[in-house]
Design a protein. Structure first.
Length: 236
C-alpha cells in the first residue's frame, strides 16, 4: 500500500492500513508443507528502521513466510518506565509495516489486559495455528541473555525457535554461554544486522532535542510523531 504525502501524518493512513490488516494471517492451509511465522516483539516506542531491517533479514535468511510485529501492551520488563500509549505504538507500527505484504502488525498484546508476557503470546499463536506452522521469536541478542529468566522460559523453548539479532562485531560468547548454562533446551539462531546500531531511545532523545529522525524510521512514523506531539517531554 502506497500512502500519499497528505496521509502520512493523519489518522486516515492508520484507518486504511487497519482495513487491510488480517486479524489473524492465514497460515498452515497446506498440510503437505511446513510454514514459518516470525514474531517481532518489542515496545516499538517508536518503531525504527533497525526493527524493519531485522525483520526483513530474518525473512530472507530463515525462509520465513511472514513476520508479525507485536507491540507490547504492558511489558513486564518496563513496569517502572514511562512508555507511550499502546494505541500510539500500534499506529506507528502499522504505518511502518503497511507497505510490506509480508509484515503484519498485530493487536494481540495491546488488547490483552494486565502485564504482557512473551510466553502468553506464543501460547496463543501456538493454539491458533496448526502444527505445520513453526514459530520464530525475533529479539535482540542482548535479550537472549535475559530470556532464561523470563516468565515460563521452559515453555518458550518448547514452542518457539529464538532468533537473536546482533550488530556486526558483537561478541556472542556471553549470550551463548548463558543459553548453554541455563539447562533449558533453547533452539537459537543468530543474525548479524548492520542497522541495529539504531535504537528507539536514540530516536526519542533526538525528537525531544528538536533534531531530525529522518532516514532512521519511516516518513509515515515521523509524521505521526509530529502530529501527535510524541516525545516532547524528556524521559528518565
Amino acid at each position: 500500500m502506497i500512502l500519499s504525502a497528505d496521509e502520512l501524518a493523519g489518522n486516515a493512513a492508520v484507518e486504511r492500513a487497519i482495513g487491510e490488516q488480517p486479524v489473524w494471517p492465514r497460515m498452515g492451509a497446506d498440510p503437505g508443507r511446513m510454514y514459518r511465522l516470525g514474531i517481532m516483539g518489542g515496545t516499538f516506542d517508536p518503531i525504527h528502521n533497525g526493527h524493519l531491517v531485522t525483520a526483513q533479514q530474518a525473512l530472507d535468511d530463515l525462509d520465513l513466510d511472514l513476520v508479525l510485529f507485536m507491540p507490547a501492551g504492558s511489558p513486564a520488563f518496563k513496569q517502572d518506565r514511562e512508555v507511550s500509549s499502546p494505541e500510539d505504538r500500534f499506529a506507528m507500527t502499522l504505518l511502518a509495516t503497511a507497505d510490506n505484504p509480508l509484515f503484519v502488525a498485530s493487536r494481540l498484546e495491546i488488547d490483552r489486559e494486565g502485564v504482557t508476557y512473551t510466553v502468553d503470546t506464543l501460547e496463543e499463536l501456538h493454539r491458533r495455528y496448526p502444527k505445520n506452522v513453526e514459530l520464530y521469536f525475533i529479539t535482540g541478542a542482548d535479550a537472549i541473555i535475559d530470556i532464561i529468566s523470563w516468565h515460563n522460559a521452559e515453555r518458550i523453548a518448547e514452542i518457539a525457535t529464538l532468533v537473536g539479532a546482533t550488530r556486526p562485531g558483537y561478541d556472542l560468547a556471553w549470550a551463548k554461554a548463558a543459553i548453554e548454562g541455563s539447562g533449558i533446551p533453547f533452539d537459537v539462531r543468530y543474525l548479524e544486522v548492520p542497522a541495529l546500531a539504531i535504537s528507539s531511545s536514540y530516536l526519542r532523545n533526538r525528537t525531544h532535542s528538536g533534531q531530525s529522525i529522518r532516514y532512521l524510521t519511516k516518513d509515515s512514523v515521523i509524521g505521526y510523531i509530529q502530529k501527535h506531539g510524541l516525545y516532547r517531554e524528556a524521559r528518565a
